[in-house]
Design a protein around this ligand. Structure first.
Ligand code: NAD
Length: 480
């Protein structure tokens, strides 16, 4: 009898479903199915592949409420955010559906007569997509929509905490008309199914979103076969609040960025770097706002903050409260679990007087905890913001346009917001981070196509004779 695992609701502990725990043999079967299906799918005209994504977007729209409701139960985020998660997949599917009629390459003149040159994007083969639980519909779409429109086949290994949503995702793709075998799902654990997918010799591309530590393990496992590895990893994102900021607007942005999705976003603001002139005002307003947030199950209309994903997450978040206190930061509010019907709730937590090098200001906590760091001016604020290993998102609140532009230039992150929090990416710009948040690739927008295609340069000589580049034209006069 095959082993199984359970999907458990973080708000109640209820078992929602049981899934097979895929082994390396299951992964191999999925990869072989994908490999066979790729040979036909790569030849389907890209606009037709795009049409399947349009149909998928329509189906996601039709099932948006059902998926959002399931997300409040399986993953725990609140209703409005769950709707946003599904909407992101809808937007991504429409956007990448449109790519079916673009997938632009280049043409450029040859240095020789009667010769034509162009570059075209080629699909690569079977893509291994490994996803986390925090955006259980959006993140699979960020990977599958571009992979599929480019003509690849996919094996998806979703997070073990959200298998039900992943299952609904691939069912709707099948309903949209994805041929059998082009998209396959393997459920189960990272060290088993995930690792087997990363090491499989017939999977040349791995697109991975998850923690920095797993990203390093994935990179090492993929290195023996020189696979293409695309990594979207963690963040330690900062909001800078300058002395000329609209403090009320900044507080709203901090609350949304630090406590939205219970702080379980790669772009969550877990540091707030505050000019000393507004430090006192910001502290009191932020604490009041954090204490007004209502904790509860995501499906209840009045809930602002849902549960953490599982018990290990709750313990990790609480351990950082102890770390922060021991490091000498001042706990202003929160710092403890909140009992409510067996749910894994943690009170929104704000530390003050953190130093940039403290662990609570350096390490990804992935929960509703943020640390205030006081600074005396702009340069110190930017230096503090940059003093972490991650480089995903950043933000500055200021009414000085010169400072805003300097921040855009100097903050070492893949995404910078001006007068908004650290979250809120849209699907048609590149998404990803600098430094140890990734390895230089980007998700979303046109940039995503580079992950899922190889460039081929094509030269067509219609002169009817041997023409040698760099040699036969060497006698021509050099440009003046
Ligand atoms: P995780 O690294 O624990 O797991 C991510 C996925 O990797 C899961 O599907 C898991 O089963 C799989 N996995 C685990 N070990 C593996 C291995 N050895 N080989 C192959 N696969 C393996 O991360 P998580 O807890 O699910 O997600 C939270 C993390 O994801 C945070 O660090 C967060 O910042 C990051 N994240 C990043 C982005 C981004 O776009 N930059 C977006 C969302 C989340």
């Amino acid at each position: 009898m095959a082993e199984t695992f359970e999907s458990v609701a973080p708000a109640t502990g209820e078992v929602l479903a049981t899934f097979p725990r895929s082994t390396a043999a299951d992964v191999d079967r999925a990869v072989q199915a994908a490999k066979a299906a790729f040979e036909e799918w790569r030849l389907v005209p890209a606009p037709e592949r795009g049409n399947v994504l349009f149909r998928f977007a329509e189906l996601l729209r039709a099932h948006k409420d059902e998926l959002a409701d399931l997300m409040t139960r399986e993953m725990g985020k609140v209703k409005a955010e769950a709707g946003g998660d599904v909407q992101e997949a809808i937007d991504m599917s429409y956007y990448m559906g449109g790519e079916g009629r673009r997938l632009f390459g280049q043409t450029t003149p040859s240095e020789l007569r009667d010769k034509f040159m162009m570059s075209v994007r080629m699909p690569i083969g079977v893509v291994g997509a490994i996803t986390p639980w925090n955006f259980p519909i959006a993140i699979p779409s960020w990977k599958l929509a571009p992979a599929l429109v480019c003509g690849n086949a996919v094996v998806l290994k979703p997070a073990e905490d959200t298998p039900l949503l992943a299952q609904r995702f691939v069912e709707l793709l099948a309903e949209a008309g994805i041929p059998d075998g082009v998209v396959n799902v393997v459920h189960g654990f990272g060290e088993e199914a995930g690792d087997a997918l990363v090491r499989h010799p017939d999977v040349p591309v791995i697109s991975f979103t998850g923690s920095r530590e797993t990203g390093i393990a994935v990179t090492k496992a993929a290195a023996d076969r020189l696979k293409h590895v695309h990594l979207e990893l963690g963040g330690k994102n900062a909001i800078i609040v300058m002395d000329d900021a609209d403090v009320d607007l900044a507080v709203e942005g901090i609350v949304w960025s630090a406590f939205g999705t219970t702080g379980q976003r790669c772009t969550a603001a877990s540091r707030v770097i505050v000019h000393e002139a507004v430090y006192g005002e910001l502290q009191s307003k932020l604490v009041a706002a954090a204490e007004r947030l209502r904790l509860g199950p995501g499906w209840e209309d009045e809930t602002d903050v849902g549960p953490l994903i599982n018990r290990a997450a709750l313990e990790k978040v609480h351990s950082y409260t102890e770390i922060g206190k021991n490091e000498g930061a001042k706990l202003l509010t929160g710092g403890e679990p909140y009992a409510n019907g067996g749910g894994l709730y943690y009170r929104p937590t704000v530390f003050a007087d953190a130093e940039p090098d403290m662990r609570i200001a350096q390490e990804e906590i992935f929960g509703p905890t943020t640390a205030l760091i006081p600074v005396a001016g702009f340069d110190e604020a930017v230096a503090a913001a940059n003093a972490v290993r991650f480089g995903l998102s950043s933000s500055i609140y200021t009414r000085d346009v010169n400072r805003a532009f300097r921040a855009m230039r100097d903050l070492q992150t893949g995404i910078t917001y001006v007068n908004a929090g650290t979250t809120g990416a849209e699907v048609h710009l590149p998404f990803g981070g600098t430094k140890e948040t990734g390895n230089g690739h980007r998700e979303a927008g046109q940039a995503a196509l580079d992950v899922f295609t190889e460039w081929k340069s094509v030269y067509v000589d219609y002169s009817g004779k041997l023409q040698r580049a760099q040699i036969d034209n060497a006698e021509r006069p050099a440009p003046r």
